[in-house]
Design a protein around this ligand. Structure first.
Ligand code: ADP
Ligand code: K
Ligand code: ZN
Length: 444
């Protein structure tokens, strides 16, 4: 363990610490963040009345929309000069969800990731091949700093360029790899194709997250790479990856680092707290963050909690796998995508209409997204075709160029490649009273 004294605190002492920190954070945001002062006032909550965990359900939820409404820095509780780093994740529309960290927040981020890596089997002196994306995403830099804190040798490979990844894994001989589960499958598959057996690989542990995965995928990765893989969970709004991690001993649920992130599971419809073991929405209150603390943040992720003692000795509660979402967020190769973001891009292109459908498939180990979108009536008239098909589009440079333009704008603004299919006016599915299926997820 990275911080054994904190990771094995008795439940009673953990609760005491949580309550002390809860009182402090409620007073802190009420004092410093006008949004929270209004939210609490409107909910009729006197911050001084929040004393114990029993008072938690009286606090209003914070939602993704609140982040959007306060874009970019409106939820920061410290002057911008005290923010040491900014990260961002996909927002529901054109603008990303922005998060900030003070120096102390970054230190805590590194500590929880170090705990996560240690839980996953990593030890000081081991080498980490970090294939999470660097940049505005929290994954790359988050794992990086945590591995350094633990005392590992970090190789900041970032995502993509699979050929180079295969070479570096063979030449540098890392013991640990971090990436999305689907990318771990890709790497395993590519090694197999090249006749490199798992026994020849130096890898022992894989830390996989950023998208949902199953025991079937775990088996493939473990066998294909010769590792024991564990789940890492997190979200930018709360800190990034490392909110929770499975212990390599049990691999039965991910320990949530509860001295920093206070979890609840609530009913998705009523918001009422649910008992241990029941599936509902995971909600977090940050207990120690300075730059952007959040009260009862509605993650949209569906799972359950268990307080059963774990053989690894850690006392922190475990969460199950993510079983779904309460909203229409898609995760394509680890990147969050909202249909409304796609819509915002389409609204900015005069030759198409915001009538569209996103079809996601898994081809081999990789997610493939297809965007079907209607061309505008005016554009369709102008090109003078009766119908649109792949052949017609290939043969007409205007259609060809439009398809490229849509694909580029999607890639540039959302960060995910989608194959674009142009439809004639009226061909995209329309709502027939019921809910429109904007998304067809064929991966399940
Ligand atoms: P990250 O880079 O850690 O994925 P984001 O803020 O971009 O952070 O995305 C967070 C969302 O990604 C979560 O709310 C959840 O839906 C999904 N996610 C992250 N880790 C996991 C995981 N281990 N299993 C399932 N879903 C995950
Ligand atoms: K994600
Ligand atoms: Zn455990």
């Amino acid at each position: 363990m990275y911080q054994p004294e904190l990771e094995t605190l008795s439940r009673e002492r953990l609760r005491g610490l949580q309550e002390e920190r809860l009182r402090a954070v409620v007073a802190y945001v009420y004092e410093r963040v006008p949004f929270y002062r209004r939210l609490l006032d409107e909910a009729g909550v006197d911050p001084k009345g929040v004393r114990t965990l029993e008072d938690l359900p009286r606090l209003p939820f914070t939602r993704k929309d609140h982040l959007r409404e306060n874009y970019p820095f409106g939820l920061f509780a410290v002057p911008r000069e005290e923010v040491a780093r900014i990260h961002a994740s996909s927002g529901t529309t054109g603008k990303p969800t922005v998060v900030g960290y003070t120096k102390k927040d970054l230190q805590i981020f590194a500590e929880v990731v170090a705990r996560s890596l240690a839980a996953a089997g990593a030890k000081p002196g081991m080498m980490l091949h970090n294939a999470y994306g660097y940049g505005l995403f929290t994954g790359g830099l988050g794992l990086h700093a945590g591995a350094e804190a633990l005392g590992m040798t970090v190789v900041p490979v970032s995502g993509g360029m699979t050929e180079r990844q295969l070479m570096l894994i063979q030449d540098f001989r890392p013991e640990v790899i971090s990436c999305t589960p689907s990318y771990a499958q890709t790497l395993a598959e590519e090694f197999r194709k090249r006749g490199v057996s798992p026994e020849e690989l130096s890898l022992e542990y894989a830390v996989l997250g950023a998208e949902p995965w199953t025991e079937a995928i775990r088996k493939q990765v473990d066998e294909g790479l010769g590792v024991r893989s564990t789940n890492i969970y997190g979200l930018s709004e709360i800190i990034g990856p490392g909110v929770a991690n499975e212990c390599v001993e049990e691999r039965q649920g991910s320990h949530i680092w509860e001295d920093h992130f206070l979890p609840e599971v609530v009913d998705p419809d009523t918001g009422e707290p649910l008992p241990e073991g029941k599936v509902g929405v995971l909600v977090f209150t940050t207990l120690t963050k300075e730059a952007m603390p959040l009260l009862r943040y509605w993650t949209g992720d569906l799972t359950f909690l268990t307080y059963e003692a774990c053989s690894c000795g850690r006392t922190h509660v475990r969460m199950g796998p993510i079983l779904g979402r309460t909203d229409d967020m898609l995760i394509i190769r680890g990147v969050n995508v909202y249909p409304t973001q796609v819509e915002a891009v389409l609204l900015g292109i005069p030759e198409v209409e915001p009538y569209y459908q996103i079809v996601v498939r898994r081809e081999g180990t990789l997610d493939e997204a297809e965007l079907k979108v209607e061309v505008s009536e005016a554009f369709f008239q102008e090109i003078g075709k009766k119908a649109l098909s792949d052949e017609v589009i290939e043969a007409d440079h205007r259609l060809h160029a439009l398809r490229e333009k849509v694909a580029h704008k999607i890639k540039d603004t959302i960060g995910v490649s989608m194959r674009v299919t142009l439809l004639a006016p009226g061909e995209a599915p329309r709502s027939e009273g019921g809910k429109l299926r904007r998304v067809l997820d064929l991966r399940k």
